[in-house]
Design a binder for this molecule. Sequence first.
Ligand SMILES: C[S@@+](CC[C@H](N)C(=O)[O-])C[C@H]1O[C@@H](n2cnc3c(N)ncnc32)[C@H](O)[C@@H]1O
Length: 233
Amino acid sequence: MSDALREKVREAYAKTALSAAGAEPEFARRHYSDDEMGALPQSAAGASRGCGNPMAVADLRKGETVLDLGSGGGIDVLLSARRVGRSGFVYGLDMTEEMLDLARANAAEAGAENVEFLFGYMEDIPLPDESVDVVISNCVINLSADKQAVLREIARVLRPGGRTGIYDVVAENGMSESERLERGSWVGCIAGALTFDEYRLGLEEAGLTNIEITPHHQETAGMHSCTIRAHRS
Ligand SMILES: C[S@@+](CC[C@H](N)C(=O)[O-])C[C@H]1O[C@@H](n2cnc3c(N)ncnc32)[C@H](O)[C@@H]1O
């Protein structure tokens, strides 16, 4: 992956992490219920930069093991931890140390004991093969310069029968890379978005099945926040 691009992304989200305390939870308010917001430390909501709510797609059950790619301030890890209960476990993975520090502090404040935040890259996930039931992610995969590596890694860590519950920005088919760049930055989760066909093909090439990519709301002209469901057989 382009080290320069990765560094730009890391720097931007380090700033988000450092300004989360006292920040208005404007992203979180858009996507999470009052009940969910009420269960979160202020700075988990303040650091939220997702484009949806993976809880709505992941259908988490008690006892499951979940991995959140690009877990940021920990919002979806903490909400998942409530759903999987004490018999389940949730990993958050992030490459930005400032986000990991914030997420760990948020988990301590929330009293969440069934969670662990890992430093690492979603292109090279530091977990064994077939070790998780569900991979969630919220507006992160578009930030990778090697999305095929990310999709391969998702398929590798999922147990047979495992599934994804992902939110990501997706571009309409036929939109060129320069048209995506005209609509927004890479760091802002727009320029790096795949098209619907590219996403589907990437998931298929990674060996995932039962793929459903469903648009929910338009982020900018021709680019949509989507849920991405797929299964490992
Ligand atoms: C748009 S924010 C979303 C954070 C969180 N999912 C949320 O909903 O608030 C993107 C997060 O992904 C992390 N990230 C970006 N690229 C990554 C990579 N290649 N590997 C791991 N984490 C990454 C960033 O550090 C940042 O915390």
